[in-house]
Write a protein that binds this ligand. Structure first.
Ligand code: SF4
Length: 696
């Protein structure tokens, strides 16, 4: 009898020490709009920013307050409905400090399937796109019994700073970009409004929402660990600090979480990511702060630096490849040291890099992604990203896009097209953004066939290699019939020699024009990439693009002309392919940046000259018929709602775009022509360069 009482006492003590009983208040909110204007529904809570729920979405909001007001649109205006939160009792597992795990709690944690996890994709990034990574991880974790809250900080954060600076009129512009009937004039006014408000925010950083881009560079973004530490120390002056403090931290505190995951894929998210991590770690020291996303594999060289260890004061682990397995393992154990594919620091401040999982995730088995990060992308309808294949089979020399794949430079892992079609149906929308590095032609045709068999109409936008197969006009039409509506093509160079050096021999520059015309004739929107300054290519080759764009511009919708970058982990970076053409700085002065610093061996090529040539192409883009309209209707997410003809019609109603000031570039172009072609030409305007280019 005495022994039984003792066991009961031990059980009670374990229970008291292990679990916490909490009373929580919540409101269930459903996005409705009886007026059929597709307006969002708002929840107003005292001393908190409004919570926005899209039409048709459901959300449970833990309020921590006694009152709330639901605001939704009806035919005659806005209806305000006071609501009283409901109460619920939660028994939750107590959190375990990650650095000093208590053996008993860890033992119990092994059996627990009830972690609470936030996955945040922080600002700033493209507000027109949704992050596929966190949308894939959320259902994976939920299927294992964990509670997951996604946060699209990249949208909510940008809107927060715009609202703070622009006041109530910003709401009108935010409404316009999501309102299906908005005219091109409305959209242009909204675009200029965002640009004017964002560029007037007082900050030492660069921040502007312009055209199809959210531009941001932190003043501390010099690629060094010291820069990150400086930014964390002075975080209160950072443009994103008020958003993190007023919005993200209260949510994290209310959610009572075990793991706070921050996923980034963009260099501009880097400093904000660390600021957010530092704030979460400071406020919730027992929460495991984990960083992930496809940026981290590309700064692998930095993890060995002694100073990098200090950054683990602000996070517990960094996932450096695919996140599927590591996040599941972390949720099981809360121990970065036992988790595959993580970087972490031990108590002796030594940084460790754990090997990746030996058995990469079978993508076929992933659940359908869930897109509910609490903010809608900037478009009238939902256009979700999907992945049908991990890893690019092509291995171009300059490209490290697939570096985060667990099978980088090995055979790609595929999802069956039957499964892709099922995901589309499960998501219930009809336009998709396929994010594969290249969505192979045959797979697109098969997906079209499968969708037809299932009776589900869907269209998509994707990246595709520009092979000579596309000379077949019938094939372009079949791709359109399958569902292809927009395609991004890497033209890169007009020189077969350059393309061959970059391992891109399937590109045939002589066929670019006809292929673009074929795609245009089939009704498929085209975006082209051009690279200036590829090692070994004379810079004056860049001039050949001007007559090319003039001749085939009708068959091109958007153009991206970029400067050559030596990207970390690209085949030519780690194979030193261009060792006789460029000199790479041995000690990387910016180890946290994605690209290496280098100089050209050829003394006539300099970064300034490359930039002058790039500026010239930028001017050509501004002269392109679609520049204004595609800047106002950003990305296929929005443009995919229109045909080529409709976009042409809209283009005529956009005011003329601002010209670039080429006064500094023209002398450099003249220098390139003099040094490479031994010709002395007068160049006083863009038209002079264009006339000269036609003679090449
Ligand atoms: S440039 Fe395109 S085709 Fe080449 S490796 Fe990268 S993603 Fe693949």
């Amino acid at each position: 009898m005495q022994q039984k009482a003792l066991w009961l006492l031990i059980a009670a003590l374990i229970g008291i020490n292990t679990f916490t009983v909490e009373v929580r208040t919540y409101i269930d909110i459903i996005g409705i709009d009886p007026s059929a204007r597709h307006s969002e529904t708002y929840l107003e809570l005292p001393a908190r920013p409004h919570i926005v729920v899209a039409e048709g979405e459901r959300s449970r909001i833990y309020t921590g307050a006694d009152t709330g007001v639901v605001v939704f649109r009806n035919e005659s205006g806005w209806t305000r409905l006071p609501v009283t939160p409901k109460r619920t009792i939660h028994i939750v597992f107590r959190q375990t400090p990650s650095e000093k795990p208590q053996p008993m709690l860890c033992l119990l944690a092994l059996g627990s399937k009830n972690r609470r996890i936030i996955l945040n994709y922080p600002p700033p990034s493209s507000v027109w796109h949704l992050p596929l990574g966190v949308a894939q991880l959320a259902p994976l974790l939920q299927a294992r019994g964990h509670g997951v809250l996604q946060r699209y900080g990249h949208i909510a954060g940008v809107e927060y700073v715009l609202r703070t600076q622009g006041g109530p009129p910003i709401e009108r512009s935010l409404h316009v970009i999501r309102d299906p009937p908005s005219s091109i004039s409305d959209l242009h006014a909204a675009r200029m409004h965002f640009e004017q408000v964002s560029s007037s925010i007082p900050t030492n950083d660069v921040f502007v929402v312009e055209r199809n881009n959210v531009r941001y560079t932190s003043k501390d973004s010099d690629g060094s660990v010291a820069g990150v530490l400086r930014a964390i120390k002075a975080r209160e002056s950072n443009i994103w600090y008020p958003y993190f403090k007023e919005v993200e931290l209260p949510i994290a505190m209310e959610f009572r979480l075990d793991i706070y995951g921050i996923s980034i894929s963009d260099e501009k998210q880097f400093i904000p990511c660390w600021i957010l991590a530092s704030m979460v770690k400071e406020t919730l020291p027992n929460t495991l702060v984990v960083l992930g996303g496809n940026l981290w594999p590309r700064i692998k060289g930095a993890y060995h630096l002694p100073e990098f260890a200090e950054l683990f004061d602000y996070c517990d682990a960094i996932i450096v490849r695919e996140g599927y397995r590591p996040i599941v393992e972390l949720a099981e154990t809360l121990r970065p040291s036992d988790t595959s594919g993580t970087v972490w620091r031990d108590s002796a401040t030594i940084v460790h890099i754990n090997p990746s999982t030996p058995s990469p995730t079978i993508l076929e088995q992933l659940p359908t992604p869930v897109f509910d990060g609490g903010a809608r992308q900037w478009s009238p309808d939902a256009v979700y990203p999907l992945q049908t294949m991990s890893n690019c089979p092509m291995h171009c020399g300059f490209c490290a896009i697939s570096a985060a794949s667990d099978t980088y430079l090995e055979r790609p892992r595929m999802v069956s097209l039957q499964r892709v079609a099922r995901h589309m149906i499960a998501l219930g929308t009809h336009r998709f953004d396929i994010v594969d590095e290249t969505f192979l032609i045959q797979r697109q045709l098969t997906l079209g066939t499968e969708l037809k068999r299932l009776g589900y109409p869907a269209t998509w936008h994707c990246y595709l290699t520009i092979t000579n197969d596309l000379l077949d006009q019938g094939l372009c039409h079949r791709l359109y019939d399958a569902g292809l509506r927009g395609v991004q093509l890497g033209l890169e160079s007009l020189s077969p020699d350059t393309l061959s050096r970059e391992n891109k021999t399937w590109n045939t520059p002589g066929n670019y024009g006809r292929i673009l015309q074929n795609l245009r004739a089939a009704g498929i929107q085209t975006h082209v990439f051009i690279i200036i300054g590829i090692p070994g290519e004379p810079l004056h080759h860049g001039l050949r693009w001007l007559p090319f764009l003039e001749q085939y511009g009708d068959a091109i919708l958007t153009i991206k002309a970029g400067r050559y970058r030596l990207t970390n982990r690209s085949p030519e970076e780690f194979n030193n392919t261009h060792s006789d053409r460029i000199v790479v700085e041995e000690t990387d002065p910016a180890p946290l940046h994605l690209n290496r610093k280098f100089r050209y061996c050829d003394g006539t090529i300099s970064r300034k000259r490359v930039e002058a040539m790039r500026d010239l192409l930028e001017q050509a883009c501004r002269h392109h018929w679609a520049y204004g309209v595609t800047s106002t209707v950003p990305w296929w997410i929005n443009r995919g709602r229109y045909t080529w003809e409709e976009l042409r019609h809209m283009a005529a109603r956009i005011p003329a775009q601002q010209e670039l000031d080429l006064r500094k570039s023209l002398p450099k172009i003249r220098g390139i022509i003099r040094d490479e072609l031994r010709r002395d030409v007068e160049l006083d305007s863009f038209e002079d360069v264009l006339n000269f280019s036609r003679t090449l």
